[in-house]
Write a protein that binds this ligand. Sequence first.
Ligand SMILES: [Zn+2]
Ligand SMILES: [Zn+2]
Length: 224
Amino acid sequence: MKGKGARTPRMRVVTIPVGPFVMNCTLLRDEETGKGIVLDPGDEVETVARAVEREKIEVVALVGTHGHLDHVGRAAELKEAFGAPFLFHREDRWLLEHLGEQGRMFGLGALREASVDRWLEQGDRVEFGSISLDVIHAPGHSPGSICLLGEGRLFAGDVLFQGSVGRVDLWGGDGATLVRSIKERLFPVGDAVVVHPGHGPQTTIGEERRSNPFVGEGARGLGL
Ligand SMILES: [Zn+2]
Ligand SMILES: [Zn+2]
């Protein structure tokens, strides 16, 4: 029986706010097979490892939405803990290579760069068990920012937030590119899609398309 309304979700989403930037590390689990991924292994190795155990997830990959320390600061440790490959977009490689500097800048000590096992590009898929998520390259907050789309959900990294958008004053940020990414690559996925941002509460594409003060209807842009 695959009646639409009665269907139980095939994918479990567990959000764990971690670290001083309260970044939403997200665990995704295919409920059929128990296979899953860790999205944005940014901080709190022990907390994330415990949650993976509690949720009975067989981690088959770690994915970084972009190269800022709050999202990939602990990718190296968590990759070792789970023995799973790390997936990332090539255009943020330079940020990953400067993770140590990012850590020192924010007073977070030495962060180790994780080696990348697979480079993700626009149109690629991230698969775990029976779940397949589409990779959307959405530059602007950083050159190699990606979002993952599937099962009626968009995992947006720092591209789009509830009532806001990613900052563009960090390394490699660009306002016009960010607005174009959101309008041309995120809004077309459909109003009903639930958005899980890298920080703060979830929202929907429709809500942001209508009322986001930076990119919604009637918005005046980023004021740049
Ligand atoms: Zn960021
Ligand atoms: Zn962030």
